[in-house]
Design a protein around this ligand. Structure first.
Ligand code: HEM
Length: 501
């Protein structure tokens, strides 16, 4: 017995020693590549610096820390996200080389170990080049064409009517309220209807089951709330363990009811039963319209609709939330926007086309997304084969990411970057510029960009046509915090709303 115990102990010690040796070498890689970066701990990389930052601020504002690291370590630096090396860049040439010119060698998104077993692996969000990302993307991209957006805009319009109904009630009561909360409800109803084919009642009832289920999925994405995801980030080497533990994770429990529900809707639609209104499932499955989707499996359709829910809900509502805050804070900009909306409405009416032809609304949209980009930790790629870029040797498996906030706050890209000045976009004609990248970069950028733009512009145009937003004096300053992938307002957006004549 003693001999067995001794053997087990020796094997264990050798395993730990080997692991520590491997990790020590791994933590030297950034230096060996000739890059600088914050000093990592051997077990959990730079997580301690993040934790200290969160402790100091009392909330997660680590996007600022990452932007400061650019100042300290240069436009391209290295850090360890737990046990995974990350190169972070805001260097325009580097971004172009990796995300555009050499895209085929960086076509895969970086995915933390635990997420590799969730119901997003056949969706654009996580699919790899080897699994057919390109083919699925070319099937799904046409869903977001101008024509399809126009067809879907009627569905969204009905949801905005419901939102304005709620806003009217706030105006009647004339009390401070959190407009971000209502925008989240609107956005969830919109994406629930358009991607999930679900007619929910979130705007009027926060106990709506769909709302509770979707919120829980979001809670689980944030590694601060999900210990297993956190551990898998720290120890990506234990892939077998994360695969085995996945069905016991909070993320699995949260995603299951949504996936099961969607699967039933798919079967119903396939059998010919279905919505009169236009939604993504309808566009995908319609016999004439959906020919491009014929090659998609049921799993691919279901997981992509699930991905659209995740990718389209908090992002768009947060963008609109920040916009309401910025416009309420900058009354002069709000007034200018209202003038443009009224002029357009009086001349041509507020239609899909006219809303998309308003220069000042477009400038407000762009400036809000520049100053407060909702998605800050998602534009990353994994290196598929060893490659040398601008003298930097990048090994297969390395993660490379852009922190969008750092690019948008770089004074080399924008003068007075911390100021809200929509006018800077009025004569801005840098299509394809890598200085404004709220929707990511290159062939794997946000597929739902047009959808988000349509929802944002339609909602804001109708809201500010009818109402004026103000920030009461005693309301504390809005604080953006990182919540997993998204940067959102910590305590919402507190405003009062007043009916316009
Ligand atoms: C203001 C709102 C939104 C913002 C700021 C945003 C931002 C982003 C960003 C930064 C990425 C990563 C791009 C990259 O890696 O280069 C992304 C990817 C993605 N987004 Fe969005 N997004 C928004 C709304 C939406 C909506 C409404 C949908 C769907 C209806 C959507 C679906 C997706 C999908 C599926 C991907 C993965 C694309 C792929 O890997 O092929 N997004 N988004």
């Amino acid at each position: 017995m003693a001999a067995i115990l001794l053997t087990i102990s020796i094997v264990f010690i050798i395993y730990i020693a080997q692991f520590l040796w491997y990790r020590w070498n791994y933590m030297q890689k950034i230096k060996k590549m000739g890059l600088r970066g914050p000093k990592p701990s051997i077990l959990i990389g730079n997580i301690p610096q993040f934790m200290r930052e969160v402790d100091k601020a009392g909330y997660d504002d680590t996007f600022k820390l990452m932007a400061q690291w650019h100042k300290k370590y240069g436009n391209t630096y290295g850090m360890y996200f737990g046990g995974h090396m990350n190169i972070i860049t805001r260097d325009e040439t580097m971004i172009k080389e990796i995300f555009i010119k050499n895209f085929s060698n960086f076509a895969n998104r970086q995915v933390p170990a635990m997420f590799k077993y969730n119901s997003l692996n056949q969706s654009l969000v996580q699919m790899t080049k080897e699994d057919g990302w390109k083919e699925v993307r070319s099937c799904l991209s046409p869903l977001f064409s101008t024509g399809k957006m126009k067809a879907m805009h009627e569905t969204i319009k009905g949801k905005i009517d419901r939102f304005l109904d709620i806003i009217e009630k706030h105006a009647e009561i004339n009390q401070v309220f959190d407009i971000y909360d209502d925008l989240q409800a609107l956005s969830l109803e919109v994406i629930g209807k358009c991607a999930f084919a679900i007619e929910s009642n979130v705007l009027y009832d926060r106990n709506d089951l769909f709302y509770i289920q979707a919120k829980e999925v979001f809670r689980q994405i944030d590694i601060k709330n999900s210990k297993l995801v956190g551990y898998s980030v720290m120890f990506p080497e234990l892939t077998w363990l994360w695969k085995w533990l996945y069905p016991f994770s909070g993320f699995w429990a949260a995603e299951k009811p949504l996936i099961d529900g969607l699967s039933k809707v798919y079967d119903m639609r396939k059998a010919g039963e279905g919505a009169e209104s236009v939604d993504i499932l309808k566009l995908l499955l319609d016999k004439e319209e959906g020919l491009h989707a014929l090659n998609l499996t049921k799993r691919q359709v279901v997981e992509n609709c699930f991905a659209f829910l995740l990718a389209g809900y908090e992002t768009t509502s947060t963008a609109m939330g920040y916009a309401c805050y910025l416009l309420a804070k900058h009354q002069d900009v709000q007034k200018k926007l209202q003038d443009e909306i009224r002029e357009t409405k009086d001349e041509k009416g507020l239609t899909y086309d006219t809303i998309h032809s308003m220069p000042y609304l477009d400038a407000v949209f762009k400036e809000c997304l520049r100053l407060t980009p909702p998605v800050i930790n998602f534009t990353g790629r994994e290196c598929i084969e060893d490659i040398e870029i601008n003298g930097l040797k990048i090994e297969k498996g390395t993660w490379i990411a852009i922190q969008i906030y750092a690019v948008h706050m770089d004074p080399d890209n924008w003068s007075d970057p911390e100021k809200f000045i929509p006018e800077r976009f009025l004569d801005w004609n840098e299509k394809g510029s890598l200085k404004w990248i709220p929707f990511g970069v290159g062939p794997r950028n946000c597929v739902g960009m047009r959808f988000a733009e349509m929802e944002f512009k339609m909602t804001l145009a109708r809201l500010f046509d009818n109402y004026e937003l103000r920030i009461p004096e005693n309301v504390p300053k809005m604080i953006p915090v990182v919540n997993g992938i998204v940067m959102s307002p910590k305590d919402g957006v507190k405003v009062t709303v007043h009916r316009r004549k």
